[in-house]
Design a binder for this molecule. Structure first.
Ligand code: IPD
Ligand code: CA
Ligand code: CA
Length: 259
């Protein structure tokens, strides 16, 4: 299948610009909140509405593509052949509900299993991180440079709160070797920090839609994205993932007790 990464990039930026405007303007008015797997796993009418909107636009523009998405409006995708979009309509729903900031909307595109395009909007700051290996990386219209390959001792690290609290895989040993520990509650917001060199590592248990867009862009920026057991990333499964500078990821893998 012939795909044009630049064209997909323009499509994703236009789409997330509209999504951002709608979420900033409408969400405060008519939000209804329900729980999914547990009392802290929230879903709102805006998660659902936004996913339906994004998926509809993708199907109009790329009818041959398949969609993996969080809230159930996507396809049952069994393999990564062809053009596959991953959609997380609102990433950081807890922040969306409780704080009204630090939430994102994310779309990743893969072709025959290869990372192609990523786009993440930090909704309240209206900044869209987007691009890929072929076209480079941008925040809105501004091209960005790759972050420095800093070691653990020189950077801040993000670990999901449950993992850090439970000291999963002895992750606190990694945290202690770093400059400090941060928790934001949105994978999308953290990918923005990694891409701009504000933090050097993120470790979390991520579903395909949590990871897809950030993986495309972090790999394009020269960072490493690995599964904790060293196995290749499977984009159709949830897994514990470490994303960071090459130096930090290799140090983390040596420190973590994963097996
Ligand atoms: C969640 C956030 C959170 C991460 C969770 C995700 P959601 O996404 O990204 O930071 O730790 O694993 O599920 O549910 O708000 O889209
Ligand atoms: Ca979500
Ligand atoms: Ca998410």
């Amino acid at each position: 299948m012939q795909v044009d990464s630049k064209e997909i990039d323009a499509f994703l930026v236009e789409l997330l610009t509209k999504v951002g405007k709608f979420l900033r303007e409408d969400s405060i008015k008519k939000m209804s909140v329900a729980t999914k797997k547990n009392r802290n796993d929230l879903v709102t009418n805006f998660d659902k509405k936004t996913e339906q909107y994004i998926n509809g636009k993708i199907k109009d523009a790329y009818p041959e593509a398949t969609i993996v998405s969080e809230e159930g409006y996507g396809d049952l995708v069994k393999d990564m052949s062809g053009l596959v979009f991953f959609v997380d309509p609102i990433d950081g729903t807890m922040n969306f509900v409780k704080r009204g900031d630090n939430f994102a909307s994310m779309i990743g595109a893969y072709i025959d299993g290869e990372p192609l395009n990523g786009a993440i909007i930090d909704v309240m700051s209206n900044e869209i991180y987007h691009g890929g290996k072929e076209i480079g990386l941008f925040i809105n219209d501004r091209k960005i440079d790759n972050p420095k390959n800093l070691p653990l001792v020189e950077g801040l690290v993000d670990v999901s709160a449950p993992m850090a609290l439970a000291n999963k895989f002895a992750v606190q040993d990694v945290i202690k070797k770093s400059s400090g520990f941060r928790v934001y509650g949105s994978a999308g917001i953290i990918f923005g920090h990694l891409l701009t060199g504000k933090e050097v590592m993120y470790m979390s248990y991520l579903a395909p839609w949590d990871l897809a867009a950030g993986r495309v862009m972090c790999e394009a920026a020269g960072m490493s994205v690995v599964s904790i057991d060293g196995a290749p990333i499977n984009m159709l499964e949830s897994q514990v993932v470490i994303v960071g500078t090459q130096k930090v990821v290799s140090e983390a893998l040596k420190t973590l007790k994963a097996r």
